[in-house]
Every structure is written in structure tokens, then in C-alpha cells.
Design a protein around this ligand. Structure first.
Ligand code: ADP
Length: 476
């Protein structure tokens, strides 16, 4: 596996793409602020000032009607608060209110503006005018002029707001924005760096662990580093690593078991063949005996290979069931017949406890294979007593098949594993009892295909009861 990392900037890496997205986001944001400020700020400010002058003039028009003191008080307030110039001409005098906070160098008079406004007002029918003026110093102003009417006498009102401050405000803001842009870009890069590191670190750690795993180190632990998604991934990978470890150790056991199992009969076959060749060739009785050993060892080899084939077929789901209604009691009797020789020759005591004929729906040959495997195991593991009970009993609309032996039993923590492929309990591994650990996984595969319940009740040192349950059907 190529795990070399180059220093080239990888645009596809999560880290770099987060970094680039953050920077892009910051740039777009800052550019947007620049554009909005440049394009709309002036317009918005002008509109605001024009509204302000008009509102001020309208309010003062009303106050003028109420009385001169009202008017002057309000004019003073508005001028101070809004930084605008107000001039009112009535009773032959001019009253001027200047905020004093104005940015204008010379706000005192605005003679020129007022002159222009008065002229425009005279020519207007609406009683008010609003105009924008620009003086030789390039300072723009909003001028709003209207008539003042009251029973005390009429007059003229001029409200002037300078647009000068906006220029300086904008330039101040631009400068600020420049610093804000630099700071926000810096923060974006920092945040991007931190968050991309935080995000990519679990992935990097998972990748490292996966590489370790691919090198055969099953003890490696996957860590999701706190993110829900990576935690889920880590959990799945830990499970996968556990399964791989299990399969690997099973397979190693299998190779050891199979090579042992193949070697023993092969050695026997070879030595007995040599014996026939050297010694018993002319002695028909001895020759028969030796040939018999050769045949039975060949059978064992055959069984082993058949088991392995069955497992691989069950595993690849390529088993086709030939289902019929058959009598499970009769099937049990037929299977037991093949074990009769053990009763006769090896002092086994295999006792059938059978109910009346009972029909089930399934693949008879496969169910017989299940029975054979369970009884063979009982024969192997029943211990000195050599006593085995094979029971078929009705349970309402079900029928239960049990193989009970008083043998070695199975430790509680191993019971769940006996159905796994290649699993052999630790108690039986060192006893020289031949086996591949495949028998029960074949049983499990076949019974699962039949939707039959199955299980084992066992106590270590006291014996085991392997069972399965099938539905009872009518004969036809
Ligand atoms: P094997 O070829 O080793 O018998 P099986 O799949 O048939 O493989 O059984 C798996 C393991 O379960 C056996 O190795 C044995 O340790 C345990 N086992 C099966 N049947 C019995 C039994 N009747 N009593 C005790 N242990 C049993």
C-alpha cells in the first residue's frame, strides 16, 4: 500500500477544502461589504438627509403656527440634535440656529443657498422646495425651504443639511473596513485551520488504524474522536476488525485441524497398505482386517472433504433444498441404524426414545445430516459412560428432536460459539478427539434454512442436550 504523503497542496483533501472555503467565504463577505458601502452608502445617506430636512421643516411649520417661543425652542433642539442649519425669516428679521457641531467651516449664513432657495420658492406653487447645492469647495448640501404661515404674520424657513460629513465618515469606515477585512481574513484562516484539523484528525487516525489493520495487526483500535459520524464508522471498523480476527484465527485453527485430520488417516492408509504389501498380502484374514482399516480411514477423509464442501455451499447460499413431507421418527430410526455398529462393537448405549410417526416438511437428507452430526458429536464427547439418548417427542403442533449425552459438556462462555465455523471448545481441543469444528455450523446452516428453532443446553462436566424443533405437518 502506498502511504507516502507528498508536500504538494492537495485540493481534494478535507483539510484544504475547508481552509479554502473559509477563506473564500471571508473574501466574499468583505467584498460584499465594500460593494454595499461604496454603492449604497452615499445614496442612503443623501436620502436620509433629504428626509431629515423635510421632516424638520414640516415640524417647524406646525410649531410656527402655535407660537414663536414654541418655534424657536423646537428649532434650537432640532438644529442641535441633528446638526443642521435652520434659518427663519419673519417680522423682518432672520433667526438662525446652527448646531455648532456642524462640520462646515462657515455655516453661519449660507446666504447663497438661502438666496437660491428663496428664488426657487417664489417660483414654486407648492409652498416648498427642496434642492441639492454644491459650493466651490465641492461641498454638497440639502436645502429645504418653505413658507411659514400664522396669524402673527408669514415668513420663510430654510433648513440646510450638509452632506460633507458623509465623505469623511465613508473614508473613516473604509479605513476601518480595511483593518476589519484583514482581521476577519486572519480569523477565517485560523478558524479554518483549527476546525479542519479537528475534522480531519479522526479521519487521519482511522486511516492510520486501517493501515495497521491491513498489515495484520488486529489489536488496533479505531477511534472516532467524538464526532457522531466518525464514531459510527469507528464502531463499524472495530467490529469488522474483530470479525477479521475471529475468521483469521478460525482459519488458522482449521488449517491446523484439517492438516492434522488429513494426515492421520493418510498415515494410517499408507502404513496399512505397506503392511498388506509386506506381511498380510498372503493372509486373507489379516489382509481383510487391514483393508477394512484402509476403507474406514478413506471414509473419514471423505467425510472431512464433504463437510468442508457443505460449509462452503451453505456459506455461499447455493444449497437447494429438496423439501417433502417425511416421517421424522422413521428418519431418526434410519440414522440410528448407521450407529448400531457402535452399540454392538464399541459398547455404546445409544437409546432411542421415539414417539408415534410424525411428519415434518423439509429436506429429509439434510435433516438426517443434522441428526447424524449431532449423534456423532454425542458419540465423540459422551465420555466413559458411552450412554446417549436420542429422543423425538411431540410438543403440540411441534416436534422436538434431542440428543442427550452425559459427557464433557460445554463451558457457559463457549456455548454461544459452538455453532461458529471452525470453532472447537478449549476443553476438547487438546484431547485428541478428531474434528474440524464444522459439524455444528453445518447443523446451524441447515436448520436455519428450514426455519427450525435449535439450541443446546449444557453444563460443563455434566453433559449436553443438543436439540431442534420443527413444525408438524400432515402426512400428505
Ligand atoms: P467438531 O468436528 O469439532 O466436533 P462441531 O462443529 O461438531 O465440530 O462441534 C464444535 C465443538 O463443539 C466441538 O469441537 C466440541 O468442542 C463442542 N461440542 C459439540 N458437541 C458436543 C457435545 N455433545 N458435548 C460437548 N461438546 C460438544
Amino acid at each position: 500500500m502506498n502511504t507516502k504523503t507528498t508536500n504538494k497542496f492537495d485540493v481534494n483533501s478535507i483539510k484544504n477544502s475547508i481552509l479554502m472555503n473559509f477563506i473564500l467565504f471571508a473574501i466574499i463577505l468583505v467584498a460584499l461589504i465594500y460593494v454595499l458601502q461604496g454603492v449604497f452608502m452615499n445614496k442612503y445617506y443623501e436620502q436620509m438627509k433629504s428626509d431629515e430636512t423635510r421632516q424638520t421643516a414640516l415640524a417647524l411649520q406646525e410649531d410656527y403656527k402655535l407660537g414663536t417661543s414654541y418655534f424657536t425652542e423646537r428649532a434650537r433642539q432640532l438644529s442641535e440634535n441633528n446638526g443642521i442649519f435652520i434659518r427663519a425669516d419673519f417680522n423682518g428679521t432672520s433667526v438662525i440656529f446652527d448646531s455648532g457641531t456642524s462640520f462646515d467651516p462657515d455655516t453661519s449664513m449660507f446666504f447663497q443657498e438661502c438666496l437660491v432657495a428663496r428664488e426657487a420658492l417664489r417660483n414654486s406653487d407648492s409652498g416648498f422646495i427642496s434642492l441639492k447645492t454644491t459650493d466651490p469647495n465641492n461641498v454638497s448640501r440639502y436645502v429645504y425651504a418653505c413658507n411659514l404661515e400664522s396669524t402673527r404674520g408669514n415668513g420663510k424657513l430654510y433648513v440646510i443639511a450638509s452632506l460633507l460629513p458623509v465623505q469623511s465618515t465613508i473614508s473613516i469606515m473604509r479605513r476601518q473596513l480595511f483593518y476589519i477585512s484583514i482581521i476577519s481574513l486572519f480569523i477565517a484562516v485560523l478558524l479554518a485551520y483549527l476546525s479542519s484539523n479537528r475534522l480531519s484528525s479522526p479521519i487521519e487516525s482511522l486511516t492510520k488504524s486501517a493501515i495497521e489493520l491491513s498489515r495484520g495487526n488486529y489489536n488496533v483500535k479505531f477511534d472516532g474522536a467524538g464526532f457522531t459520524e466518525t464514531n459510527e464508522l469507528a464502531k463499524a471498523l472495530n467490529q469488522a476488525s474483530y470479525e477479521m480476527q475471529k475468521t483469521d484465527s478460525y482459519q488458522r485453527d482449521l488449517i491446523a485441524n484439517v492438516s492434522h485430520d488429513l494426515k492421520t488417516p493418510l498415515t494410517m492408509i499408507r502404513s496399512y497398505a505397506e503392511m498388506i504389501d509386506d506381511i498380510s498380502g498372503d493372509n486373507p484374514e489379516k489382509r481383510k482386517e487391514h483393508l477394512h482399516v484402509i476403507i474406514s480411514e478413506t471414509d473419514r477423509l471423505n467425510q472431512l472433504v464433504t463437510d468442508m464442501l457443505s460449509v462452503s455451499r451453505l456459506q455461499s447460499n447455493s444449497v437447494e433444498l429438496n423439501k417433502t413431507n417425511f416421517d421424522i421418527v422413521k428418519a431418526t430410526e434410519e440414522v440410528l441404524e448407521t450407529f448400531e455398529v457402535l452399540n454392538e462393537q464399541a459398547n455404546y448405549n445409544i437409546i432411542p426414545v421415539l414417539c408415534r410417526p410424525t411428519f415434518v416438511y423439509g429436506d429429509e437428507a439434510k435433516i438426517k445430516q443434522v441428526m447424524t452430526n449431532l449423534i456423532s458429536n454425542a458419540v465423540k464427547y459422551c465420555g466413559e459412560d458411552k450412554f446417549i439418548k436420542v429422543e423425538v417427542k411431540r410438543q403440540g403442533r411441534k416436534v422436538r428432536f434431542d440428543v442427550v449425552d452425559p459427557g464433557t459438556g460445554i463451558a457457559a462462555d463457549e456455548i454461544a460459539h459452538v455453532w461458529d465455523r471452525y470453532y472447537r471448545t478449549s476443553a476438547n481441543q487438546g484431547r485428541g478427539i478428531e474434528g474440524t469444528g464444522l459439524g455444528l455450523s453445518i447443523v446451524k446452516g441447515i436448520l436455519t434454512l428450514h426455519n427450525a428453532a435449535y439450541g443446546v443446553d449444557s453444563t460443563e462436566g455434566e453433559g449436553s442436550d443438543f436439540w431442534f424443533i420443527m413444525d408438524v405437518v400432515r402426512k400428505q
